[in-house]
Write a protein that binds this ligand. Structure first.
Ligand SMILES: Cc1cc2nc3c(=O)[nH]c(=O)nc-3n(C[C@H](O)[C@H](O)[C@H](O)COP(=O)(O)O)c2cc1C
Length: 215
């Protein structure tokens, strides 16, 4: 049984968001193909996602010398550990992100900082850092008003490139993306663009559930 973690970094309601409609469609298609797959959602705008701040850095400094943490430090790194354990327990990660100002919502970066942890998801070796996660799959579902998958704005595409790079850094190479893009440029075609993206999402869900069954 596949455990899917749906990481939603969009504060909007689903019916107001192209990315969340696409993400939901992808999950529904996955469940059609694998009805007993388990989907857990992390709603970054509704949950406590600690930032790396003075308290966290102080706690990490104390780990190195085995010094005692303050109550505040213990609570914060405890919450970070919960987030990390939930991440480690999943097989498939579906990140739903909107493009905001050529980037993604800041809570997604905060989340990534909670799961990119030396000794847990990567380690330093003589040959440089090495990812520790094995047999995991990522699907990045992103809505963006302009078109970045081709054409002149392609060089401004940092979000998917970053997510793919950081996932690779922690060992995940089975990486897929689903974009719904260009709705701001051609608003009259928005529904058509979403419908085409949903078709791609159905195909990807079929492909990934088939390969999961063969594995
Ligand atoms: C704060 C903000 C910043 C945005 N910045 C960009 C941008 O840099 N490039 C772009 O193509 N669209 C940008 N957009 C448009 C969104 O990417 C677009 O509306 C997309 O559909 C949002 O995803 P959603 O529909 O899932 O919420 C921005 C929207 C907002 C609200």
């Amino acid at each position: 049984m596949t455990k899917i973690l749906y990481i939603n970094s969009n504060p909007k309601a689903v019916d107001q968001s192209f990315g969340l409609q696409l993400g939901q469609h992808f999950l529904e298609e996955w469940l059609k193909n694998e009805p007993d797959a388990e989907v857990e959602t992390v709603n970054l705008y509704k949950e406590d996602i600690p930032l790396i701040d003075e308290v966290v850095l102080s706690a990490w400094g104390k780990f190195a010398v085995q010094a005692e943490l303050t109550a505040e430090e213990a609570a914060k790194v405890g919450r970070m550990n919960e987030i990390l354990e939930q991440f480690l327990a999943a097989d498939v990660y579906v990140f739903a992100t909107p493009m905001w100002n050529l980037s993604y919502p800041p809570l997604l970066k905060a989340y990534i900082d909670n799961i990119t942890i030396a000794g847990k998801t990567f380690k330093y070796t003589e040959n440089g850092p090495q990812g520790l996660l094995k047999d995991k799959t990522v699907v990045h579902v992103q809505a963006r008003g302009g078109i970045y998958s081709e054409g002149p704005a392609a060089q401004l595409e940092f979000t998917n490139n970053y997510l793919q790079s950081i996932m690779q850094f922690i060992g995940i190479t089975d990486y897929h993306h689903l974009f719904v893009e260009g709705m701001a440029a051609t608003p009259d075609r928005a529904e058509e663009i979403l419908a085409a993206a949903k078709e791609k999402a159905s195909e990807l869900a079929a492909q990934l559930t088939t390969s999961a069954q063969l594995a």
